[in-house]
Design a protein around this ligand. Sequence first.
Ligand SMILES: NC(=O)c1ccc[n+]([C@@H]2O[C@H](COP(=O)([O-])OP(=O)(O)OC[C@H]3O[C@@H](n4cnc5c(N)ncnc54)[C@H](O)[C@@H]3O)[C@@H](O)[C@H]2O)c1
Length: 346
Amino acid sequence: MQPSDKALVPFVSVDNMMRLVHHIGVEQMITQIAAQIEADFKRWESFDKTPRIPAHSPHGVIELMPTSDGEAYGFKYVNGHPKNTSEGLQTVTAFGLLADVYTGYPTLLTEMTMLTALRTAATSALVGRYLAPKNARTMAMIGNGAQSEFQCLAFKAMCGIDTVRLYDIDPNATSKCAANLQGKGLTVIPCKTPEDAIEGAQIITTCTADKKYATILTDNMVGPGVHINAIGGDCPGKTELHRDILLRSDIFVEYPEQTRIEGEIQALDADHPVTEMWQVITGAAKGRIDERQITLFDSVGFAIEDFSALRFVKQAIEGTTFFEPLDMLADPDDPRDLFGMLMRAG
Ligand SMILES: NC(=O)c1ccc[n+]([C@@H]2O[C@H](COP(=O)([O-])OP(=O)(O)OC[C@H]3O[C@@H](n4cnc5c(N)ncnc54)[C@H](O)[C@@H]3O)[C@@H](O)[C@H]2O)c1
């Protein structure tokens, strides 16, 4: 039996997502997703917001990230398993869905492993535009895993970075990252220590994966005037920065209710002052105010960023071949005759 149009939901496979990214261009797509995120952060108050819903285990975490703007509803399923790469699996995988609030019908199902890397890089660079020093040309990239190239290209495309200094505890990860960035318009400098990597860098991105309180940066490594883009500390008991750095920094977050549970600031008092990025973006709060200030984006990843990315993909695939119609919703001729539909199929 052929499914009706109402049964079909556009599905973007990994293969189609990669075709879409190549069609648009990596940097272009990151920039366009960032514009969508910026527009959605400007209408922050129109979204339902909740800290994401985690299921922790000794092996990692599985999370659901829902939000809605009253017209569309979206969620992402995402995991974080730092031990996975040693078993040939990824630390982070994801998929997500958009739905129409009026009917409740899904309108898009898509892979989001690639899309998460793109949206995380887009968010980081968008925030960098508001917080990084204006003369920033060099970024230290600490943690050279799956997200790293996306981060480097986002800061090149959106913040004018022309040099990246790479460091990872695993030199193979650094070699992989350096090789992938060849010919992409960046000067790439592999480094042997984190101290070497941050030498002369105006932006420091930490993007490591370890299920513990790690100390990727110690206090003496961070000089005045830098912007820290801390991505890898995004779970209870999983952070990257020494507490003293936090005490010297002006801290910017996505959604405080979630970041206080998951971010670097879990090491601080529950009322430690933080600034919400949507307020910086709307002009209600200040971003960087002086050259010697240390700004810290305590990034954990918030549902609205995924919603923005999902909406971007939904628009981008319209009228293209970058999706397949998936027979996902039962559509009986008489809406109440679900059983009859099943019997007729026998
Ligand atoms: N904030 C967000 O929105 C967001 C989004 C996606 C991923 N993440 C987080 O970002 C992190 C990186 O994700 P990924 O997919 O690139 O993971 P990955 O496992 O592919 O890469 C992590 C890299 O960190 C390196 N590393 C571990 N400890 C280190 C240390 N002490 N010093 C230097 N390098 C070290 C590992 O060798 C590995 O190469 C994860 O913790 C993930 O949870 C955050």
